[in-house]
Design a protein around this ligand. Structure first.
Ligand SMILES: O=P(O)(O)O[C@@H]1[C@@H](OP(=O)(O)O)[C@H](OP(=O)(O)O)[C@H](O)[C@H](OP(=O)(O)O)[C@H]1OP(=O)(O)O
Ligand SMILES: Nc1ncnc2c1ncn2[C@@H]1O[C@H](COP(=O)(O)OP(=O)(O)O)[C@@H](O)[C@H]1O
Length: 270
């Protein structure tokens, strides 16, 4: 039985007759192919990414596993609709704290339609995109069984200034996130620090981004996830960095991609 995800923090959401992703509760995330060609572009990205042998495994692990597409009943009640079938990145977490960070000071490619560039450019300027090179798209922070999650409203998140972002990055790893008190940053070292922490993973990803010439990653998001219960124990926090949202990725070498896809399709048919 497919249901609306409990832990979606940004993007188009299912519910109230809206089109959005669904989960099966056992590890798969179904993202509907979006209109205006965005769904097809995201599908194209996943196919190219899956067939590209030049992507090292230590980088591949930062991306959701792609299981193909499936026609399922859309969340907006309009009937069958094609969905990307992806690994559910949070299904192995009990009470995840999650932050979606849209990366890039420019979220549009020059070849995008003019009106879309205008819309993106406006958002880049009005948010911290331009000044910090990223903006927070959404988040939820787990408090306790009694208090549940602290999840600021979308409208509030959209208005985050650079100072707000600094505060949120501290709150994200604090045990008193939902209060107005100074964030205690109790989990900073175990979530952000260490050889398996978020900063170390981001550095690894950054090194690849600086080097790779396969894709231009416009408007995709870094998803930060950790588990408070583990962080409280102080050793590991299950901190994970993942990349999502590839509807605006541009293939930098279409000729190489065609060749790669041909080779991969023919080697699996043998
Ligand atoms: O329409 P909105 O205002 O919800 O904009 C969506 C954005 O929400 P935001 O306003 O930044 O909170 C949304 O941003 P987030 O992923 O929520 O940060 C996307 O930019 C989305 O565009 P696309 O699906 O990537 O092409 C945007 O959707 P489209 O307007 O491009 O469909
Ligand atoms: N593979 C996934 N597993 C679990 N959650 C996901 C996955 N992909 C996206 N999400 C959740 O959905 C949100 C929106 O995803 P995104 O791909 O950016 O959608 P949109 O294209 O509608 O903006 C993310 O912030 C995250 O909370």
């Amino acid at each position: 039985m497919l249901k609306v995800p409990h832990h979606q923090v940004a993007g188009h959401q299912a519910g109230d007759g809206q089109l959005g992703p669904l989960v099966d509760g056992s590890g798969r995330f179904y993202k509907p192919l979006q209109d205006n060609g965005r769904g097809d572009d995201e599908l194209k990205f996943y196919k190219l990414f899956s067939s590209n042998t030049g992507i090292p495994d230590h980088i591949r692990r930062f991306f959701p596993v792609f299981y193909g597409t499936e026609d399922i009943l859309a969340s907006d009640g309009t009937g069958l609709c094609s969905h990307l079938v992806l690994q559910d990145l949070v299904s192995n977490h009990l009470n995840p704290s999650i932050m979606d960070i849209k990366i890039g000071s420019r979220t549009w490619a020059p070849e995008f339609p003019e009106d879309y560039i205008k819309k993106c450019s406006k958002k880049d300027k009005e948010t911290t995109g331009l000044t910090l090179g990223f903006r927070i798209s959404g988040l939820e922070i787990y408090g306790s069984e009694e208090s549940g999650y602290w999840k600021p409203e979308r409208e509030l998140v959209r208005k985050f200034s650079a100072d707000d972002v600094r505060l949120i990055l501290r709150k994200f790893v604090s045990s008193n996130a939902s209060t107005d008190s100074e964030p205690d940053c109790s989990f900073a070292s175990v979530v952000y620090g260490g050889s398996t922490g978020i900063l170390s993973q981001l550095r690894e990803l950054k090194a690849w981004f600086e080097d790779q010439t396969i894709f231009h990653f416009y408007s995709c998001s870094v998803l930060l996830v950790y588990e408070k219960e583990l962080a409280l124990k102080g050793r590991s926090s299950g901190a994970e960095v993942k990349l999502v949202d590839f509807a605006h990725v541009v293939d930098a070498c279409p000729q190489d991609s065609e060749k790669n896809q041909f080779l991969s399709e023919n080697s699996t048919n043998e």
